[in-house]
Design a binder for this molecule. Structure first.
Ligand code: PLP
Length: 390
């Protein structure tokens, strides 16, 4: 019989032989768009972060953490239902509910856990979970963990979604990314809301990449699509993307949030978020409302990038959001393009399977409000050169 060590080394060997091994790089941050590689001292322009508005380095947020108000202990000390709940947690949940125009909200430690917890809490044996095939790993893993049956539909294909709805039984949870995290395109949420409504399904939209970025006032894809709480009863989001922090939330009506407080294991059995973080989260939520010029600048940068990329004939996926993937196909080729860009002073991590489907490795380029026109123009030149050379 093989030892466990041999089993694990064999799995790692296979991962390596397919050019799929993951490596960790350490970086120091200079500002919203510049990284330093400590081992070499090389300064790189970062084109693969999710800090779309440049809030990660905003002085108001760094200050929110270093506030020396002594009532804020480092940790919450327990789960919310035990003794870890503080008025500040509730203040933040109310502010989120107000901003997202929902009755209530519930804080989670991460978006990954929020999706696991919500799907597991809502679906039992005999229930159905319907998802777009390209949903984020956290929605997929939530369905794996839950006792409900998972039915997937082809990416953005509402006819196929309808067929799956017709096969569904029990409580039907229809879940989708708002903005697809590796593709940058958006879910047909108006159509999905109508379908869910006709089939008495509960629609969940994970707008991790839309909140702060889309909609006239940054309320995300649902604001852009003019959909409210009755159309999309559950909305999940994260503080880790446009809000430049970490942590997450779920928003919905009173009854749904009460249900989750009773049944969402990933919330019940987990320590409450530390108060310095909650204070910064409150500040970040205010900043996305108070500084709309960041959103406007981001959209200007997106337009600048897509115009140049189309003119240069680069194989971009179709996207109007901050996520602008360049399709490469082969994992090894994506890695060598990453290396070539690195030499030219840009950092863009290659995205390979299983994060994306086999044969669709890509450079997931992301734009940020603080990229300058010049940075974007030089990136396009570098991409054009490298794309021709490969
Ligand atoms: C990043 C992401 C998450 C996870 O959020 P974290 O707060 O980073 O754990 C969930 N869903 C989508 C679509 C994401 O892109």
């Amino acid at each position: 019989m093989q030892s466990w060590q041999d089993v694990l080394s064999e799995r790692l060997r296979q991962q390596r032989s397919q050019q799929l091994e993951r490596h960790l790089c350490a970086f120091e941050t200079i500002d919203a768009t510049h990284l330093v590689e400590p081992s070499t001292g090389q300064v790189l322009i970062n084109f693969c972060g999710n800090d779309y508005l440049g809030l990660r380095t905003h002085p108001a947020l760094t200050k929110a953490f270093s506030n020396n108000n002594t009532t804020f202990l480092a940790g919450a000390g327990a789960a919310r239902l035990v003794s870890g709940n503080h008025p500040l947690h509730e203040q933040l949940e109310q502010a989120l509910a107000d901003f997202l125009q929902r009755d209530s909200a519930l804080l989670f430690s991460t978006g990954y856990v929020a999706n696991l917890a919500v799907i597991q809490a809502l679906t039992k044996r005999g229930d159905s979970i319907i998802q777009d095939r390209l949903c984020h790993a956290s929605l997929v893993d939530g369905a794996r963990l839950a006792d409900g049956r998972l039915l997937r539909y082809r990416h953005l294909d509402t006819d196929h979604c309808l067929q799956q709805l017709q096969k569904a039984s029990g409580l039907v949870l229809l879940a989708t990314d708002g903005v697809f995290s590796m593709d940058g395109d958006v879910a047909p949420v108006n159509k999905l809301a109508t379908l869910a409504n006709h089939h008495r399904g509960l629609l969940l939209v994970d707008d991790a990449h839309g909140i702060g970025v889309l909609g006239a006032t940054g309320r995300g894809l649902l604001e852009q699509a003019n959909l409210g709480q009755s159309d999309v009863p559950l909305l999940t989001g994260t503080f880790g993307k446009s809000m430049g922090l970490a942590g997450a939330f779920v928003a919905g009506d009173h009854e749904l949030i009460t249900y989750l407080r009773n049944f969402a294991r990933g919330w019940i059995y987990s320590t409450a978020p530390p108060l310095p973080l909650v204070q910064a989260q409150l500040r970040a939520l205010q900043l996305i409302q108070d500084e709309p010029q960041r959103r406007a600048q981001l959209h200007q940068n997106i337009n600048h990038f897509t115009q140049l990329a189309v003119a240069a004939n680069l194989p971009l996926l179709t996207s109007n959001t901050a996520i602008q993937p360049l399709l490469v196909g082969d994992a090894q080729k994506a890695l060598s393009m990453q290396t070539e860009l690195h030499k030219r002073g840009f950092y863009i991590a290659a995205i390979r399977p299983p994060t994306v489907p086999k044969g669709t490795a890509r450079l997931r380029i992301t734009l940020n409000a603080e990229h300058t026109e010049d940075m974007i123009t030089t990136l396009i030149h570098a991409l054009t050169e490298i794309n021709h050379a490969n």
